[in-house]
Design a protein around this ligand. Structure first.
Ligand code: NAP
Length: 513
């Protein structure tokens, strides 16, 4: 293990560069490198667990993969793309955009590929990072850009291993899998499943969709952009920026207001979804099965115009009987029926409480992040944790998620991180971490506010909920989050001016740990 460099040469003292480690080369990690560089922080190394950038857009390759947030809003503000082909981008186009942007801004040479970070250990005031089986390396700052939904959740269905056909989770879609003429079963009815059903039904012999809970599904007004429009955006980039702001405003006024409890917007959303169902599912019996028994907005709203027409086709069946077990030839439901299958797709979602875990993150006095969270991940203003100095999370716990642009949220968090680094430099501080009392106050406010949101009151189960059934997401409007990120209150933080103070704080954590 390399030792701590002498503290006298600390970057915050000398005007030098902090050594920054970014974990993950997905949307947030790429954005962090670019924005940090622009702000003058140039000593950045990205650790990427796989051989390719892109995060969720690299990992997901299922048929129909697309984004239900409009394209002009689902992009970096510093790299507006005039060439989006559709109003709602398809997965490969987003992946290509991320690659193009990373190349254009010189991110690629900073990335260490196939370097999964296994351990982060804080030794005041620096982090010792171990990737794979390698030697630990020392960094001043660590940024976890590891994403939210990337650990597939595979329920423990009895008999799953006995299945003779091909079975896989949606985030592990086999390359070159040909579904033509196959009998395909899909378990789960989230956004992923809706997109897959819409994309494959015409190609396969039969689709059996195993539904535990019906979903509210809003139409998705897809549209292809013409060359003239794209040319105009190329000539007048301000139009692209205006489109970003326009979509942001519209989402704020509609879906965001609905989830925060506006009765008018909630009624509007429910009305749109019911109308969508009525218009696209002629069979009343099927319609009844597809009608949710909880309030619209409680789960993340699905936006999809291909699902209802597909599930109404003759070669599609909606199975609402519970799954009893998986057998060699298919899925046996609780009513005794065997649904024979060649392929079984597990569209069963993700373990949303993991974030950077299972990487071992060991903070002051040896306290582990995993045991600190104990299944209920929390953060101070979604970005930092008391006891873990110089450690930031992008798209971390309790941040704004849902039907909004994570590009926007991530950029705001990166801007906040840069303001914090600037503050460390101004104070010549070697380390900073949120104060325990500020963290507790903030989380208590949040716990109160979240009980008023539709995610809590809507009567459903969702990946937003922690294991106590409390939504683990930002309960206020995203514009409030933007203000929090733009105007950090540094009195909420402990700044450690020298190594001795950082080490004392590290040891003092022993008392409270
Ligand atoms: P998800 O929304 O968590 O849905 C998982 C589905 O699996 C649910 O229908 C769930 O049923 C079902 N399920 C889980 N365990 C089950 C079990 N033991 N037996 C039967 N059914 C079971 O997962 P997802 O569809 O992959 O989507 C996750 C998130 O990814 C979305 O909410 C969204 O944030 C993101 N996403 C976004 C887009 C986009 O266009 N932007 C597209 C795809 C995904 P219950 O409802 O009964 O729990």
């Amino acid at each position: 293990m390399t030792g701590n460099p002498p503290i006298g040469s600390h970057w915050a003292r000398t005007g030098g560069q902090p050594r920054i480690a970014v974990i993950g080369a997905g949307m947030s990690g790429i954005g962090a490198v670019i924005k940090l560089e622009k702000a003058g922080y140039t000593d950045v190394t990205v650790f990427e667990k796989t051989g390719e950038i892109g995060g969720t857009w690299r990992e997901n390759r299922y048929p129909g993969l697309s984004c239900d947030v409009p394209s002009y809003f689902y992009q970096y503000t510093f790299a507006p793309n005039p060439d989006w082909s559709h109003r709602f981008s398809y997965g490969p186009e987003i992946q290509a955009y991320l690659k193009r942007t990373a190349e254009r801004f010189g991110v690629m040479p900073r990335i260490r590929f196939n370097a999964p970070v296994t351990e982060l250990r804080y030794e005041a005031p620096r982090w010792h990072l171990r990737a794979g089986d390698g030697e630990a390396e020392v960094f001043d700052i660590v940024i976890a850009a590891t994403g939210v939904l990337h650990h597939p959740s595979v329920p423990d269905f009895p008999g799953l291993d006995d299945f003779r056909g091909t079975a896989f989770h949606t985030a592990r879609w086999p390359e070159n899998l040909d579904l033509t003429g196959k009998k395909v079963g899909i378990i789960g009815t989230g956004s992923t499943s809706a997109q897959i059903v819409g994309a494959i039904t015409d190609q396969v012999a039969r689709v059996s969709l195993f539904q535990r809970t019906a979903q509210w599904i809003h139409p998705l007004p897809q549209k292809r952009y013409g060359e003239r429009w794209k040319g105009l955006l190329r000539r007048i980039p301000a139009l692209n920026r205006a489109a970003y702001r326009g979509v942001s405003f519209t989402i704020d006024q509609t879906f965001v207001r609905a989830t925060l409890g506006s009765p008018v917007m909630l009624r509007y959303l429910a009305w749109m979804c019911r109308r969508n169902l009525r218009r696209n599912v002629p069979d009343p019996e099927l319609r009844a099965k597809l009608t949710p028994d909880y309030r619209a907005g409680c789960k993340r709203m699905i936006f999809c115009s291909t699902f209802y027409p597909a599930i109404s086709k003759d070669n599609a069946e909606l199975v609402t009987a519970g799954i009893d077990r998986i057998e060699a030839d298919g899925v046996r439901t609780a009513d005794g029926t065997l649904h024979e299958l060649d392929v079984l797709v597990l569209a069963t979602g993700f373990k949303a409480s993991n974030f950077i875990l299972p990487t071992r993150v060991i903070g002051e006095n040896g306290v582990e992040l995993g045991s600190q969270w104990d299944g209920i991940p929390r953060a101070h203003r979604a970005t930092t944790m008391p006891g873990f100095p110089n450690f930031w999370m992008l798209e971390g716990p309790t941040g704004p998620v849902g039907n909004i642009s994570l590009f926007m949220i991530s950029e705001q968090q990166i801007d906040n991180l840069i303001l914090s680094l600037d503050e460390m430099r101004a104070r010549e501080a070697v380390a900073m971490a949120p104060r325990q009392d500020a963290f507790e106050r903030y989380n208590a406010d949040m716990a109160r506010a979240v009980r008023g949101t539709i995610w809590f009151t809507g009567g459903c189960n969702s990946w937003y909920l922690d294991r106590n059934g409390v939504p683990n997401i930002y309960p206020w409007a995203p514009r409030r989050f933007r203000r929090e990120m733009q105007n950090p209150d540094f009195s909420e933080f402990r700044f450690m001016r020298d190594e001795a103070e950082a080490i004392a704080a590290d040891r003092a954590a022993a008392v409270t740990a």
